[in-house]
Every structure is written in structure tokens, then in C-alpha cells.
Write a protein that binds this ligand. Sequence first.
Ligand code: ZN
Length: 175
Amino acid sequence: MAVYRILEEHEPSLREIAKPVPRITPNVLKLLDNLAETMYDAGGVGLAAPQIGVPKRVFVADIGDELYEFINPVLISLSEEEESENEGCLSVPEKYGLVTRPHSVVLEGQNRLGETVTIQTEGYLARVLQHETDHLNGVLFTDIADAVYLRRDYKEGDDNEGWEIYQEDGIEDRL
Ligand code: ZN
């Protein structure tokens, strides 16, 4: 296992559409291990293969309960109900953003044994699964955020009031 450098916002590899994994080889298992180790090392809750420069449809997530590993994940259902929450990204360390997403999702993918697994979840984990799936399609949260804030202005316990708005995009349209 190894800790990899996490690519940052300006790096073009993050914008590629990741390729499906045709079969689960030892390299894919190694990729899963390295993603998890890199995510834990960085203190993140999710990490997608493109973030370490590997353009494959693979991601891991752990919001503190268990490690989720997905190969070829697909969001097969999104709720109509949406919610807006602040979001960050290991590839965008300087910024936070307010992102509106469906509240609950159903995601289907393969596990490391090649078995099809389906997860139905809501709230924070649903948000993380959508964020990571976006990475596989070259999308960063800053692309879809209602507003983006510079992290240097964030202090623990602050709400958005104290943050400097970096980018504001179509907020009026969404209200
Ligand atoms: Zn991210």
C-alpha cells in the first residue's frame, strides 16, 4: 500500500471521464488499497481514482462507520428532495462550497470480489457518494456549487457569514 499525491483543482487529469474497469485484476485491488490509505492519510471521507491520477471508475468512502469500495459505480436513483450543505474536497483544499444535491440515492457498483452491490442511503453518505461519482465524470464541486468560499476565512464554528465569497453562481435562479 502507498500514500499517493492528491491532484489539485488546476490539474487536467481531474477533468477526464474515467474509464470503466473491465475486470478486477490485482492492480484494481491495489488501487482500492492505495485509495483507502491515501484517503485516511489525508483525513478525507472519500477519494476517487482520478484524484490520484488513475482514470478508472473506482472510488472509496468512509464517513466514520465503515470503508466503502466501489468499482464501476452508477447512481441508479436520486430523490427529488434536495438539500444544500457545505462541501469540501481533498483536491480543492483552499475552498468550501454550498452544494445542492438530492437527499437520498441508490448506488450500484461492484465490490472487490466482483459482486454487484447496491447501497441505498441518505444525508451525508448520499452526498459523499454523489461527490465521488462526480469525480469519475470530471466534475468538481466548485462546478456545481451555489457559492464557493475561501477556506482561509473559515474558523471552526463559523457559519458562512464570516466567509469571503469567492464565486457566486446563479444563486438567484435557485432560490
Ligand atoms: Zn472531491
